[in-house]
Write a protein that binds this ligand. Structure first.
Ligand code: BEZ
Length: 256
C-alpha cells in the first residue's frame, strides 16, 4: 500500500474480491480514532478508499494517500481527495488533527521514517491511530511459504515484504519520535477469507510468488495450500487466516 520500491502491486478489483473484509474489519480502529466532524484527517495507506469514505461521511476533511496509483485512482472515483505518496516521505506540516492507518503499516519496513513524517504532519496534541499486522501475524502462512521456498533455494530475507513488530518495538519507536502512547496492544484475530487461500496468496504474497518461475507457480501454490489446509481450513472447507494485529493510539506530545 505504501512504501518505497513496492514488491507488491494492487489491483482494486482483485483487492475488493479477495480482501474486501480488511476495510470491514477496520471499524474498531475507526472507533478508537473517534473522528469528529470538521476535523482534518490523513488516511495513510487509504487503498481504494473504503474507510476514507466513511471518514468523509462523518463530516471530516480527509486526505487519503497510498503508494499504489491504481488504488488511488479507485479512491478518486469515490470523489475523495486521494494522492499517490510514499509514506516514508510525507509532505505535510502541522496540519492534521489525526492520522489514521488501517492495514498498511506492515508493508513499510522503514517504520521510523513513517512515524517521523506523521509526527510532523500532526498539530500539537494530534492523534496517530492505527492497526496493522503485529508480531506473529500470518505465522502459519509464512511458515508454509518459507518451507516451500527454502526447499527451492530461495533466500527468504530477499523476498520478505512485511514488518510485523512487537508492542515494545513499536512503542519505543513512537516514544522516540515524541509521541505519548495512550494505548497499544496485540491481539489474535483468526480471519475468515472469501473463497480459497489461493486468492489470498495471489493478493497478498506477490513478492514470494515472484521468486518462483511463472510456469511453476501453480505447483508452488498447490504445495503451500496442501501444507496450510490442515491448519487453516475447517471441516466445511472455509479458510481462516491466522491474523495477529497491533492496534495503537498515540498523541503528539512535545518536541522529540
Ligand atoms: C493485510 O494487508 O491486511 C495483510 C498483509 C499481509 C499479511 C496479512 C495481512
Amino acid at each position: 500500500m505504501t512504501g518505497k520500491e513496492p514488491k507488491q502491486h494492487w489491483n482494486p478489483d482483485r483487492y475488493e474480491a479477495n480482501a474486501g473484509f480488511v476495510a470491514d474489519l477496520g471499524s474498531d480502529t475507526l472507533d478508537l480514532l473517534d473522528a469528529q466532524s470538521g476535523e482534518r484527517i490523513l488516511d495513510l495507506g487509504c487503498g481504494h478508499g473504503k474507510l476514507t469514505v466513511r471518514l468523509k461521511d462523518m463530516g471530516c476533511d480527509v486526505i487519503g494517500i497510498d503508494a499504489s496509483a491504481e488504488q488511488v485512482a479507485a479512491a478518486q472515483e469515490l470523489d475523495l481527495d486521494a494522492r499517490v505518496m510514499d509514506a516514508t516521505r510525507l509532505d505535510f506540516e502541522t496540519e492534521f488533527d489525526a492520522v489514521f492507518s488501517n492495514a498498511a503499516l506492515h508493508w513499510i519496513k522503514e517504520a521510523d521514517a513513517v512515524i517521523e513524517g506523521v509526527f510532523k504532519a500532526l498539530k500539537p496534541g494530534g492523534r496517530f491511530v492505527g492497526e496493522f499486522g503485529g508480531s506473529g501475524n500470518v505465522a502459519a502462512v509464512a511458515g508454509a511459504l518459507v518451507e516451500v521456498l527454502e526447499s527451492r533455494g530461495v533466500a527468504i530475507a530477499d523476498v520478505w515484504p512485511w514488518y510485523f513488530p512487537t508492542v515494545d518495538d513499536y512503542r519505543v519507536r513512537l516514544e522516540a519520535a515524541g509521541f505519548d502512547v495512550e494505548e497499544i496492544f496485540l491481539f489474535e484475530r483468526p480471519t475468515p477469507i472469501p473463497g480459497d487461500i489461493e486468492g489470498w496468496l495471489d493478493t497478498f504474497c506477490e513478492s514470494f510468488l515472484k521468486a518462483v518461475p511463472k510456469d511453476e507457480r501453480p505447483a508452488f501454490v498447490d504445495r503451500v495450500r496442501d501444507l496450510l489446509a490442515p491448519i487453516l481450513r475447517d471441516a466445511d472447507g472455509n479458510w481462516n487466516v491466522d491474523y495477529v494485529r497491533l492496534r495503537f493510539r498515540a498523541l503528539k506530545g512535545g518536541a522529540p
